[in-house]
Design a protein around this ligand. Structure first.
Ligand code: ATP
Ligand code: MG
Length: 623
């Protein structure tokens, strides 16, 4: 089929389109209305239908004569040197134990369970158990500092927190329990119970009457059978916070039915996942990719999914490819930041593994520069498919739906509008649709398709105020990203609307300048920010990491590349060399903090930062 026809049908007759897609999942009670958009911008999908995410991810595959004994969840940790595969039947048994444990600790439908866990199988059990009984999970990235965790506890007011003694990074245990206790101390909404998985990595203090040992409790629920709760499609399934790249994270609330349908559709049309095959997303359950494409999506498609705890370069930089070889991974999902890390490693590690099972690599999370994309495509010999989306949307907005048509990708572009998304490119000043090659803000005309956020948790007004504006009688959702569309309908993301800089009246995306600088053979990574300037309004300033610091690469060399490719107007006023850039824990550049430091301001909300010492490097570079 031509993708253009498929897309058009999703836009012109969305209700018919999504009614057909809804057949990809099991419903206990059919819906009576595909879409209720009587109260824009709030969209309600599959009204009256009853379904369950855990049923579709797990139980559905355990029917007699089905694939119950095939692998469902493969948990690999190179931190603790453990590897364990659970079949769909075993997964169902574990999830029922977890559901029973949660019920015994007082968790009821609609109540929140906060999951603060490392990348271990129990974290997925806990998520699926919540889904099974209709509790709302809020997964908080393991190892987040106490104050970040405390604010998420206060936002969700969980009755139960599920956690573990420790995570592990590069062979070093990171104790969670002290952080958790501190966070609960700081929070005003105290959870009644804390369920703790003891991995034997770090000592734990137990609070009498509140803290419960998982292994002991599990022993009394071994034969548990907990039926799935059939939820109305629009009941909440989970809360998940955005990465906090641009400021205070927003608590995204998702539904049940729309999300299940969107994941099933994207697994089929975008990821071409087949039941019985293996999917490997290298993300973390603390992020949206982990929710959609480690836990729910692959399982809903009947695929085995890999949960990996460890670094991409330990015990050696071949580890991911060893996993691909061993488990015959067919579809892999990662982020450009991780691929850049691999690009810095000697290539033999990746070359020595048999990667012939792999059919495609999907990358998302930040702009995919041409250098990284071409390099990994060359190494793997499979299509590399960029996809652009957000925590808010839950699944790709822009990409190439290879399951519909084998349309070409274009270097530097995540692709075209995905089915269901009425993507608009809007001129910020006039509010009108941009012409071909004219830069504008990427927006989506309401209603958002199934799977996208329902609201900001507990704050409908914040949802409306943060994301929505009216243009010509239409409600438009802003992605806060800046982009351009070519004559073939391919979009190019130029950066965040915050990251557009204005140099002597020229509007430039920091991304364009970064892309140009990374084309220098000795640059592995760069951040460009706009810094206030008395004469020009703003100037670009670059912080670059060199691949080989001993090679003679100068500030002038870098400037010359930009001059040649974009023109002198885009030339950074200064290029500083550093060995580390400040990033969120999900690997996104914290440009706003770099910019603040360059302008002598306070770096702002740093709850999401990976390593605060990276900011000191910026400070030192400036002095
Ligand atoms: P916050 O909203 O809290 O500031 P965040 O926007 O980084 O944090 P996420 O939802 O994790 O939180 O990230 C979504 C953003 O990541 C997108 O809006 C876009 O800026 C960027 N992004 C994601 N995928 C791509 C991609 N393929 N190409 C370019 N940018 C991307
Ligand atoms: Mg965002």
């Amino acid at each position: 089929m031509k993708y253009a026809d498929f897309y058009l049908r999703s836009i012109v007759t969305p209700e018919q389109f999504w009614q057909d897609e809804a057949a990809l999942i099991d419903w206990n009670t059919p819906f009576t209305q595909v879409l209720d958009y009587s109260n824009p911008p709030f969209a309600r999908w599959f009204v009256g239908g009853r379904t369950n995410l855990c049923h579709n991810a797990v139980d559905r595959w355990c029917l007699p004569g089905g694939q119950g004994d095939q692998p469902a969840l493969i948990a690999i940790s190179t931190e603790t040197n453990t590897e364990r595969s659970y079949s769909f039947n075993e997964l169902r048994a574990e999830v029922q134990r977890w559901a029973a444990m949660m019920q015994s600790l007082g968790v009821r439908k609609g109540e929140r369970v906060l999951i603060y866990m490392p990348m271990i199988a129990e974290a997925a059990f806990a998520m699926l158990a919540c889904a099974r009984i209709g509790a709302v999970h809020s997964v908080v990235f393991g190892g987040f500092a106490a104050n970040s965790l405390a604010s998420r506890i206060d936002d969700a007011k969980p009755v139960l927190i599920v956690s573990a003694d420790a995570g592990s990074r590069n062979g070093k245990a990171i104790p969670y329990k002290p952080l958790l206790d501190e966070a609960i101390g700081l929070a005003s909404a105290k959870p009644a119970r804390v369920l703790l998985v003891d991995r034997g990595l770090a000592p734990m203090n137990r609070v009498e009457g509140r803290d419960v040992d998982y292994a002991a409790l599990r022993a009394s629920h071994l034969a548990a059978q907990v039926p799935v709760a059939w939820l109305e499609s629009n009941e909440p399934s989970y809360i998940l916070y955005t990465s906090g790249t641009t400021g205070k994270p927003k608590g995204v609330q998702r539904d049940v039915g729309g999300y299940a349908v969107a994941l099933a559709a994207s697994m089929k049309h975008n990821f071409c996942g087949r039941a019985g095959e293996t999917f490997f997303a290298t993300s973390d359950i603390g992020w949206v990719v982990g929710h959609s494409y480690i836990v729910y999506g692959p399982l809903i498609a009947g695929m085995a999914t890999i949960m990996y705890e460890g670094l991409p370069i330990c015990p050696d930089p071949g580890i991911w490819w060893r996993i691909v070889e061993k488990y015959k991974v067919t579809r892999m999902f990662s982020a450009p930041t991780a691929i850049r890390v691999l690009r810095k490693q000697p290539p033999e590690f990746m070359r020595k593994h048999d990667k012939s099972s792999l059919k495609a690599l999907y990358l998302a999370g930040e702009p995919l520069d041409e250098t990284t994309s071409s390099w990994i495509a060359g190494e793997l010999g499979v299509p590399v498919i960029d996809n652009y989306w957000q925590t808010e949307t839950g699944w790709p907005i822009l990409s190439i739906a290879k399951g519909i048509e084998d349309a070409p990708t274009k270097l530097g572009s995540p692709g075209v509008a995905m089915y269901g998304y009425k993507v608009r490119l809007v001129n910020e000043t006039t509010g009108t649709e941009c012409a071909t090659n004219e830069k504008g803000v990427v927006m989506i005309e309401g209603p958002l398709p199934p799977g996208c956020m329902q609201t900001v948790y507990g704050n409908d007004q914040r949802f409306v105020d943060t994301y929505w504006t009216q243009h010509g009688g239409k409600m438009l959702y802003s992605t806060f990203d800046w982009g351009v569309r070519d004559g073939d309908g391919y979009y190019f993301i130029l950066g965040r609307t915050d990251d557009v800089i204005n140099v002597a009246g020229h509007r430039l995306g920091t991304r364009e300048i970064e892309e140009s600088i990374t084309s220098h053979p000795n640059v592995s990574e760069v951040a460009v920010v706009g810094v206030e300037d008395k004469i020009k309004g703003q100037v670009a300033v670059a912080f670059a990491i060199l691949k080989d610091a001993s090679a003679a690469t100068s500030e002038q060399d870098i400037m010359a590349v930009v001059d040649r490719q974009l023109g002198a107007v885009a030339r950074p006023a200064r290029v500083y060399f550093v060995t580390q850039l400040p990033k969120t824990r999900s690997g996104k550049l914290l440009r706003r903090s770099i910019q603040a430091i360059c302008e002598g301001r306070n770096p702002g909300d740093l709850t999401s930062i990976e390593d605060p010492s990276s900011l000191q490097q910026i400070q030192r570079a400036l002095m």
